[in-house]
Design a protein around this ligand. Structure first.
Ligand code: ZN
Length: 196
């Protein structure tokens, strides 16, 4: 629908402006919008282009959490449905990191089916970044990150075979590269250092 195309382009422009100075944490220090574009592409492909609002939410999914954009601004510009999707995948950064990570695992099973597709796409993109442009973390911390991402996705499964397969491929690649361990079970008490 032409109107949807205009709204997606608007969201891309909005996201680029809000995240203009933000960089990824990996060695390549890629512009943060690369991640937003990748997540948008993943949800667009996962839904065969049938859910424009989900693509828009993907472009905006870190705007509240990372750039302090107000929910109301997103609701006013892009509508309530998009704002609600964004908030379903937004962490409360006032909560300590270990609790936030535990809450993501718990919440992933309770959010809407569309938000679960977005959540799995987000984690798929992060796993790709961790392999292709890794941050300067010790191996144990990387393995812990992979195990946590898998725990989040475990709760979100059962919504979209395409995106779940995309995540699984990245996880298997990480195991093959020695970055992830198949039998590493994540637990909140493992979270003691850094902020990821
Ligand atoms: Zn993200």
């Amino acid at each position: 629908m032409p109107a949807d195309l205009v709204r997606v382009a608007h969201a891309l422009d909005f996201a680029c402006r809000k995240h203009a100075t933000q960089r990824r944490k990996g060695q390549g220090q890629e512009p943060y919008v690369n991640h937003l574009a990748e997540v948008a592409r993943l949800v667009a492909e996962a839904t065969a282009g049938t859910d424009a609002n989900l693509v828009i939410a993907a472009l905006l999914h870190d705007a509240v959490e990372d750039q302090g954009v107000e929910r109301e601004e997103i609701a006013t510009v892009f509508g309530e449905d998009v704002a609600e999707l964004v908030m379903e995948v937004t962490d409360d950064k006032r909560i300590p990191k270990a609790d936030r990570k535990r809450l993501q695992v718990e919440h992933a099973a309770r959010i809407s089916r569309r938000a679960r597709v977005l959540k799995i796409a987000d984690k798929t993109s992060n796993l790709r970044s961790m392999q292709h442009s890794p941050p300067a973390w010790p191996l144990a911390r990387k393995q812990r990150y992979f195990a946590w991402a898998r725990a989040v996705v475990a709760g979100a499964r059962g919504v979209n075979p395409w995106i779940e397969a995309a995540f699984d491929i990245e996880y298997e690649c990480a195991i093959g590269a020695g970055l992830a361990a198949r039998d590493f079970v994540w637990h909140p008490e493992l979270e003691t250092e850094g902020d990821d």
